[in-house]
Design a protein around this ligand. Structure first.
Ligand code: RP5
Length: 166
């Protein structure tokens, strides 16, 4: 795989089962990525330093997943010009609502593109789409991906038709 263009950051190793869905998507599009555990609360200086150096290290998009009072995506976005995609993780009795609100309700001026609770797959896809603005080969692959999705829906429609008729 090529030089990492996407940094996947998560607040804890307990986020990995969800966040690896983003990694799978990036792998399938042959986009280089790296995975880092850095907590906005437990290792704030590590998280800040990672985000501060991300641009000069050649990263182009950050994906950040965290549960509970999830400050991680916003903290990263505070110190990098790179686009940050936030993944709210269902990690507490509030089932991800806490994290969703913390990530999606970023105050004006510092956006974080927020996907659904546990929506790491979409975070991976959005990262590919952002990169596709610059890399035409990724744009073509993404178009093909969407065509494949449409083909799958048609196959399902045919299947349902057969079931109803039989
Ligand atoms: C957050 O707290 C992490 O992102 C994780 O979702 C949650 C629980 O972390 P652990 O107690 O499993 O380390 O900071």
């Amino acid at each position: 795989m090529s030089q990492p263009l996407v940094g996947i950051v998560m607040g804890s190793d307990s986020d990995l089962p969800i966040m690896q869905e983003a990694a799978k998507i990036l792998k399938s599009f042959n986009v280089g990525f790296e995975i880092v555990v850095a907590s906005a609360h437990r290792t704030p200086y590590k998280a800040l330093s990672y985000a501060e150096k991300a641009e000069e290290r050649g990263l182009e998009v950050l994906i950040a997943g965290a549960g509970a009072a999830a400050h991680l995506p916003g903290v990263l976005a505070a110190v990098t010009p790179l686009p940050v995609i936030g993944v709210p993780i269902n990690a507490t009795p509030l089932q991800g609502l806490d994290s969703l609100y913390a990530i999606v309700q970023m105050p004006s001026g510092i956006p974080v593109a927020t996907v659904a609770v546990n929506g790491a797959k979409n975070a991976g896809l959005l990262a590919v789409q952002i990169l596709a603005v610059k890399y035409p080969n990724l744009r073509e692959r993404f178009k093909e991906y969407k065509k494949q999705l449409a083909r799958e829906v048609e196959e399902k429609a045919e299947k349902v038709k057969r079931i109803v008729i039989e």
